[in-house]
Design a binder for this molecule. Sequence first.
Ligand SMILES: [Zn+2]
Length: 341
Amino acid sequence: MKLVKLNGESSFARGLALGKKIKDICVHNLLFLQQELAEKGLSLESGLKLASENEKVIASYFPELLEEIRGVAEGAQLPYNSILLETAFPFIADSPSKCTIISALGNFTTDRLPIVGRNYDFLLDFKKCNQIRIVKAKKGKFSFVGGTITMLGVEEGLNNAGLFIGDAGWEPKELSSARGLSSRQVMQLVLENCSIVDVAVDFILKAPKFANNAGTCYLLVDKKEAVVMEMGLTKSCLRESDEGVLVAANVFLTPIAEEMKPPEPTAFPRYEFVKKYFHKKKGRVDSQSMQDILSDHRIPICAHNEINTLRSMIAKTHERRILMADGNPCASKFEGVKIPK
Ligand SMILES: [Zn+2]
């Protein structure tokens, strides 16, 4: 797993430092994006057109993100448009990810404090793209530690205010025509700007989102509460925790489900299995029991197929660090990564 430390410098400088460190990942991911377009019968031009429509919206809301993209492009010695292209993925309404994220709090945990665990599942070929980003706060913003395989943004993370965000999701029946940030960029901005769940929900609602991030389930956890935000074509629904356990596992459980394709066969069993496991462990959930469920092969939660568990993480929102495992949690050691001050 690549360790990427970024300082509280300007957006361009931060992008430049990132681009230099992940040049090989940028090249790999750009090839993937080009292949995706070709497989879906789309031209590179149509992908770039979507990206430039995102760019216009990003320019009026978060121009610093475009500075960061300029920096990444220069650092990776790739064209600016090649990096920008990632904001438009997924290009059509399907993506093969299959993640599980779980949070428990209150009566469920040994210390009654929130804990969250997440397996990130995607194409095995992307294992070499795993990164831990250790990002120092810019002025007035928060520091965070995040995990990702992408060029831009993160796929989960915890900030020094004790706010966690990660995503799971499924394929929408169609993509909305909304333009703006990718879900990975949204998560990065949430970690940099938000301290608690309520503020983050507001932030996500207001941010311009590419295709409204339809098909994404954001799990948000702070020091007190947890919520899942199910993103649909034009709106989103909140799902509160069931007593003290919340699971996001590629199933939509609010009315947003009507806008999604039928879930993949293991999604509901995984959801039920995890909930049952935590109810059995009520009052005894800690890092070890979280590690055990993330490593479980019965459904499985820990995936060893073409869609593979590429990394696994456990976080307690009251601690300033996350535990990260590079690869399948059943075989890899979890190591602590501190959030910078
Ligand atoms: Zn395993």
